[in-house]
Design a protein around this ligand. Structure first.
Ligand SMILES: Nc1ncnc2c1ncn2[C@@H]1O[C@H](COP(=O)(O)OP(=O)(O)OP(=O)(O)O)[C@@H](O)[C@H]1O
Ligand SMILES: [Mg+2]
Length: 311
């Protein structure tokens, strides 16, 4: 079942003092997100990711097209209880503590009074914020506020979770924790729709991704397919023999630093290369498939119009 259905969605912003200049934020995009998917919305700055999320949240009105969540119109009040949302720049009240804020939002989302405390504590724990649950938010770091925003998005146990740049402002440990949190929502069968610039995060956790660029949808693809298409290159590293001529001849990229060597070879050559390393008496350190498939896909999609214009 499609949990999110977007059809020919358009948004024209009126800008300038007299609001006479028009700017197309979205130029008619259509796609669907299925139940239980982790779906990544990718795109450079100004692509239209936040615009799409704001329309889905009912915060701004589209200039054309339709959007539905769980089969209902996005303005249907029943939708609100089933969705959670982390905005791009969450506004959180300076003088409240995370726990107070969460209890407030839990109340707004219809969580019964006697369950609010328990649910709020659980959501803060999932977002890694238990220890600072009672600290005023004006004292929280950017990363801590981002976590409170995430906890706020899941406190009422929504079926569909929308996150605008959930990893922004987080250090590498925080990013990994958010990835794990999204995975755990996925394991519970929830649908997660999030925007990001960070392609490695998208590659690690998304079932499918959409690429937006300057208000246009450039592609929607299954991440596993993209990765399997890109498969075919393997990085092999070893120590002890800086030059093995037979491997140099096969390598796409051969680089020695002192005693350590890194060679990138075709997948089909892996066994031959590993045998050659052993025969040369070197110590094999690693054999790893080369990643970066999503990055290549992304760059090809967002670069395409420029290339066409140059031709
Ligand atoms: N309130 C607004 N008034 C005028 N133009 C706007 C407004 N909001 C967004 N835009 C324009 O619409 C386009 C899409 O913006 P949007 O914020 O959706 O991009 P984004 O993909 O979220 O970018 P980022 O990665 O920087 O967050 C941009 O060109 C932006 O300048
Ligand atoms: Mg944005």
């Amino acid at each position: 079942m499609a949990v999110i259905e977007i059809q020919n969605l358009r948004k024209t912003y009126k800008t300038g003092f007299w609001r006479k200049t028009e700017k197309e934020g979205l130029k008619g995009i259509s796609f669907e997100v299925r139940e239980g998917e982790v779906f990544g919305c990718l795109g450079p700055n100004g692509a239209g990711k936040t615009t799409t999320l704001k329309i889905l949240m009912g915060l701004i009105f589209p200039s054309g097209g339709t959007a539905r969540i769980l089969g209902m119109d996005i303005h249907d009040p029943r939708v609100k209880q089933q969705i959670g949302f982390l905005p791009e720049q969450p506004y959180l009240y300076d003088y409240l503590t995370p726990l107070e804020l969460l209890e407030y939002y839990a109340g707004l989302s219809g969580v019964p009074a006697r369950e609010r405390r328990k649910r709020s504590e659980a959501a803060l724990a999932r977002a890694g914020m238990s220890e600072a649950a009672n600290m005023p938010m004006r004292k929280c770091s950017k990363g801590m506020l981002q976590r409170v925003g995430i906890a706020q998005a899941i406190v009422h146990d929504p079926k569909v979770v929308f996150l605008d740049e959930p990893m922004s402002g987080l250090d590498p440990i925080g990013r990994r924790e958010v990835r794990e949190l999204i995975q755990s929502l996925h394991d519970e069968g929830k649908t997660v729709f999030f925007s990001t610039h960070i392609l490695t995060d998208a590659e690690a956790i998304c079932d499918r991704v959409a690429v937006l660029d300057r208000g246009e949808l450039k592609g929607v693809d299954v991440v596993a397919d993209l990765l399997s298409k890109a498969r075919g290159k393997v990085e092999i590293t070893w120590q002890g023999q800086p030059k093995i001529e037979s491997i140099r001849a096969m390598s796409l990229d051969y680089h020695a630093t002192g005693e350590s060597v890194r060679a990138v070879v075709k997948e089909a050559d892996t066994d031959r290369v590993v045998d050659a390393v052993r025969q040369a008496g070197a110590r094999l350190v690693s054999v790893t498939p080369v990643h970066g498939a999503l990055e290549e896909y992304f760059l090809a999609k967002v670069d395409a119009p420029k290339k066409e214009a140059e031709e």
